[in-house]
Design a binder for this molecule. Structure first.
Ligand code: NAD
Length: 272
């Protein structure tokens, strides 16, 4: 049986990648039931396949989520943090599963999505690629192996010039994974950027985040464990948005029909 999905944020970069991957049959058993964007989006009322450059798919981009959700199993949301949290709240009212790819949420918006996940299944991951989720798992393992052995942790991410949030949701997710491995509270130890003169040495109990923005970089992440005399670096480089789109479609196929709850891509991929 196929899983009927709605792309939310269909005119955007990820919306286009999702349409392309559905058109190419990248994940088996996915059927496109709708494509949604805001009322003044550039691609509104165009066929989503035409808008993304793969040719007619028979689904026009509209702004009426309630109308298309009715005939869908899963909403795949790659839009903007404010609208996405509200979309999750509405999906919970309609009993539709949601894959949340959007990043940059405030604590209140995260709480809205958590609330929705009490009524519907939600997969939420700041990065849907298999490679990054493997990196998350490796970073946590490395942190726990190096705990108490004098390694400073810094996380460097690089993205295209149009990315709105910084640091990336993936960098924060990597920070959470490392903090978990070290038994630290990320909020207490996160240091965003560094400038000027500091009278003191870098505190050991700190995780530094550095966000580079430029050109069309799809997304690079490196976790650095630096000690006296050596440095371990774990890196991932995305070369195309298709890696995220394929992961999101796998999540949609996995989540359809599951119990209500908040799931991660580690659950979908069976990694820990
Ligand atoms: P984009 O700006 O190219 O596209 C976002 C689209 O969403 C736009 O067309 C916009 O008009 C639309 N939109 C905004 N609010 C909306 C709403 N309320 N309802 C419907 N549509 C709405 O951005 P993008 O590069 O495609 O990224 C989208 C989001 O996905 C960002 O938060 C980004 O950080 C995140 N992202 C996540 C992953 C992942 O693997 N989880 C990968 C890439 C990007």
């Amino acid at each position: 049986m196929s899983t009927k999905v709605v792309i939310v944020g269909a005119s955007g970069r990820m919306g286009g990648a999702l349409a392309r991957c559905i058109h190419n049959g990248a994940v088996e058993g996915i059927e496109l039931a709708g494509a949604i964007d805001v009322w003044d989006a550039p691609g509104l009322s165009k066929d989503v396949g035409v808008a993304s450059g793969v040719g007619e798919m028979g689904v026009a981009i509209t702004s009426d989520l309630a109308a298309v959700a009715e005939d869908a199993d899963v909403l795949i949301d790659f839009s903007f943090h404010t609208g996405c949290a509200e979309n999750a709240r509405r999906a919970a009212e309609w009993g539709k599963a949601v894959v949340v790819g959007t990043t940059g949420f405030s604590d209140d918006e995260k709480a809205m999505i958590q609330e929705a996940s009490k009524r519907i299944p939600v997969v939420m991951a700041p990065n849907m690629s298999l490679g990054v989720n493997l990196l998350l798992s490796l970073a946590k393992r490395a942190a726990s192996a190096l705990k108490g052995k004098g390694y400073d942790v810094e996380i460097v991410e690089r993205h295209h010039r149009r990315k709105k949030d910084a640091p990336s949701g993936t960098a924060l997710g990597l920070g959470e994974a490392v903090a978990e491995g070290l038994n630290w509270d990320l909020k207490q130890v996160a240091q965003h950027g560094r400038a000027g003169l500091s009278p003191d040495d870098r505190p050991l109990e700190q995780i530094g985040f550095h966000a580079v923005r430029g050109g069309d970089i799809v997304g690079d992440h490196t976790v650095i464990f630096a000690a006296d005399g050596e440095c371990v670096e774990l890196s991932h480089r995305a070369t195309s948005r298709d890696a995220f789109a394929v992961g999101a479609l796998q999540a949609a196929a996995w989540i359809a029909g599951r119990e209500a709850g908040l799931y991660s891509m580690l659950d979908v991929l069976g990694l820990d």
